[in-house]
Every structure is written in structure tokens, then in C-alpha cells.
Design a protein around this ligand. Structure first.
Ligand code: F0G
Length: 401
């Protein structure tokens, strides 16, 4: 049986305790398994479909999970962009291909299942959009109510639409994501809703399977995994999962964990580049990539460890670089992602140009959310379709044929 442990002071908590940070020191918790006693066979995993639940022995859920078939997302080789950057081994793991269109579904299939396992009957989160869409969807599947808190005017249209149609009680606040997160924590503490933001250590367990799938799809450990960083949960989750595989003896080294943030919202990058012991929150984060418009990442401590322990790095990219890479992925690779997701590939481009990423490195970018999440940002960048009279001459003339 697993337990919870503080990553800072090592305090232990039983698996059925509803707790989101260490009671002794306030630092983040993680789930620990008796890995040497689980008797996991890698060959057994290979026989199961590629999905979050392929790896169920190192997930905390013991009931029938609430699932919509998450995970098993494609890993694409980026032929055109890799060639242009001089990187023959550049890949994108398209997490936009999950049921709600983002990687959050991996966290929510585990997180909402845990809510039921722990006897909780309502769930809540703060969100820049994707977490709320995913929570609403999995709460609908589980038949329990959900509450989502969103920063007013700063959530992409597709994500709001999802939260609404899947039946969440959606509230927008006149404040940013960081404030919404403080508020929802208070709500959950005082009123017993189950908190499914990424300080919930069980949710991150689902997300660690991104790393497992990458290894299974490539057949080897890549040199580097690159992710957009907002609340810093995903980069921490993948690192944690890969550490477990190393402990199990399935791999002997870890990829360099590399985080990309938007210039106007880059507290983790600053901490890495200035070698600060901890992240200094950014009071007014701003970026077109609203998914990662976060100034006070709650998983910063875990993320800094992930980056530092693996010899990785962090870098910021401008909004213009993000949007240009969104267009390049769409028009040259056929991969449609939202702006935050394009940040990872834009970051790789910058790191190659700076000589940080070597030409022979095998690099996997996690592209986290689907293009249709944020149609407004797409339409703003493109020429509208040309309208013509409904006859062939007009069509031929428009096509200059
Ligand atoms: N990419 C997308 C598309 C996201 O929605 C998020 C986070 C991230 C990257 C960053 O991941 O927070 O684990 O570092 N979205 C959260 C939300 C905050 O509310 O949907 P992270």
C-alpha cells in the first residue's frame, strides 16, 4: 500500500488522509509506493493498451477507475521543424489528443477516482481553463458535482465551453489564477470539497504516465523532455515517475527535464537562471498563452528539483515566438496545439540556437493542449476565408486559375 510523504521534511501520512501539504512544515507531498514489493513486470505492461491504466500498479487507485480512455496519445517525429533546427531526433507528444483535449485528463482520471475512493462527493479546482474542462468532464462521468474558479476574461473560449456543457458550477473571479487558487483552497478546507489542483499529490500520479508512455513509444530514454511550465505540476510529475522507473531498475538514467515559460510569466526560469534557492512569485503574470499565465507556481519546489537533479534547464520565450511556433506546428507538421503547448517547441528552437541543446540530442516536447481550446487566438492570427459569389467563375478567379 502507498503512503504520502513530505518532500521537504519526510513526514509520512496514511493513504486515506485528505491532505494537500505537509502539516508539519507546509511543503508539498508526494505519493510513495513500496516499489521493491510490488512485483511489477515490464513485459506485463507491454501487453496492455497504451494508456494511463497500463501502469496501474504504481497508481494509487484501488477501485474501478472513472475513465474516459485517457492517455495513449501519439508521439510524432517532427520531420520538417527538426530538419530546420538541425535536430534529427525531435519529437512531440501530443497531449491535446486526450478526451478533453489536454494532459489534465491523465490527472483527473486518477484524481476523480481518488475522490470516490476517499469517500468524497464533490470536487473543485481553480483553473486557467484546461483543469476546469477536464474536472467538469470527469465529475460528469462520476456523477458528482464540480465547482471551478476561473480568472475573469483570461480563459480561452473552448475551455469555458467545456466546463459549462459538462455541468461544472463555473465562477469567474475579478482576479488572476493565483488568487483563484488561494480561494478554492479555503473553500475546500472549510466545506469539504475535494481539491483537484496539482498540489493534490494523487492528481500528479496520473500525469507521470506521460513519461512512461514516452519511454514505451520510443523504446529508449530520451536525452531531454521539454514542457511548458505554469503551476509546475506536470514537469514534477513526469520527473517523479521516471525516478520510480529508475528505482525499479527499468532505466538507468533520467532525461534532462527542461521547462519553458512565457516571458511575462517566468518565475521558475528566473529561479533557475539566477540559481535562487526558491521561486520568487511574479505579482502580475501576463502572456497570450493564458494556460500558463501563473505567477506563484505551487509545485515550484518539486520543479526546481526536477530541473536541477537532471541537469536540465529553463528558458522563457516571447509571445511572438510562441505564436510563430503555433503556426509552424500547424502548417508544417499538421499538429494543432494551443499557444502554451507551442512554447515547449519554441523553447527548443531557442536552446538549439544558444548551443544548449546539442544536434545529436534526442528531444521530446510535450505539447499539452489542443488547438481548438483557444480558437480566438488562432483566428486573430489568420486571414479570414475569402467570400465569393456562388458560381464557378468567381471560384476560379479567387483561386487565380
Ligand atoms: N499547458 C497547458 C495547455 C496547460 O493548461 C497548463 C496548465 C500547462 C501547460 C502547465 O502545466 O501547471 O503543470 O506546469 N494549466 C492549468 C489549468 C494551470 O488550470 O488548466 P503545469
Amino acid at each position: 500500500m502507498h503512503h504520502l510523504a513530505c518532500i521537504h521534511c519526510g513526514a509520512k501520512y496514511p493513504p486515506d488522509e485528505v491532505i494537500y501539504s505537509c502539516r508539519a512544515c507546509g511543503h508539498p507531498l508526494e505519493v510513495r509506493y513500496p516499489l521493491d514489493r510490488l512485483g511489477i513486470e515490464r513485459a506485463e505492461w507491454a501487453k496492455r493498451p497504451l494508456s494511463v491504466w497500463r501502469y496501474r500498479e504504481i497508481l494509487p487507485v484501488h477501485i474501478q477507475p472513472v475513465t474516459l480512455r485517457e492517455g495513449g496519445t501519439p508521439l510524432y517525429h517532427l520531420d520538417a521543424l527538426g530538419k530546420e533546427m538541425g535536430l534529427p531526433h525531435l519529437y512531440a507528444k501530443h497531449e491535446g489528443m486526450n478526451p478533453s483535449g489536454s494532459f489534465k485528463d491523465r490527472g483527473m482520471t486518477v484524481g476523480v477516482s481518488m475522490a470516490l475512493q476517499l469517500g468524497k462527493r464533490s470536487v473543485a479546482c481553480a483553473s486557467t481553463g484546461n483543469t476546469s474542462a477536464s474536472l467538469a468532464m470527469y465529475a460528469a462521468k462520476a456523477g458528482i458535482p464540480s465547482v471551478v474558479l476561473l480568472p475573469s476574461g483570461k480563459v480561452a473560449l473552448g475551455k469555458v465551453a467545456q466546463a459549462l456543457i459538462h455541468g461544472a458550477r463555473a465562477i469567474t473571479i475579478r482576479g488572476n489564477f493565483d488568487r483563484a487558487l488561494e480561494l478554492v483552497q479555503e473553500l475546500c478546507d472549510k466545506h469539504g470539497l475535494y481539491l483537484l489542483n496539482s498540489m493534490n499529490p494523487y492528481r500528479l500520479e496520473g500525469q507521470k504516465t506521460i513519461g512512461f508512455e514516452i519511454l514505451d513509444q520510443l523504446g529508449y530514454v530520451p536525452d531531454r523532455i521539454v514542457l511548458p511550465v505554469g503551476n509546475a505540476g506536470n514537469i514534477s510529475a513526469i520527473h517523479k515517475g521516471l525516478r520510480e522507473l529508475r528505482e525499479l531498475g527499468f532505466i538507468d538514467r533520467l532525461p534532462m527535464m527542461t521547462g519553458i515559460q512565457a516571458e511575462g510569466s517566468a518565475p521558475v526560469v528566473r529561479a533557475v537562471q539566477e540559481n535562487l534557492p526558491e521561486v520568487i512569485p511574479e505579482a502580475h503574470p501576463e502572456t497570450v498563452a493564458t494556460a500558463i499565465r501563473i505567477g506563484a507556481p505551487v509545485n515550484a519546489e518539486k520543479a526546481l528539483r526536477a530541473i536541477r537533479e537532471t541537469g536540465g534547464t529553463a528558458i522563457s520565450v516571447s509571445d511572438a515566438e510562441i505564436l510563430s511556433m503555433q503556426r509552424a506546428l500547424a502548417s508544417r507538421e499538421g499538429i494543432g496545439v494551443e499557444p502554451a503547448s507551442a512554447a515547449s517547441v519554441a523553447g527548443v528552437k531557442k536552446l538549439v540556437a544558444a548551443g544548449v541543446i546539442g544536434r545529436d540530442e534526442r528531444v521530446v516536447c510535450v505539447v499539452t493542449g489542443h488547438l481548438l481550446k483557444d480558437p480566438e487566438t488562432v483566428v486573430k492570427q489568420c486571414e479570414p476565408p475569402q467570400e465569393i459569389e456562388p458560381d464557378l467563375p468567381s471560384l476560379l478567379s479567387a483561386l487565380r486559375l
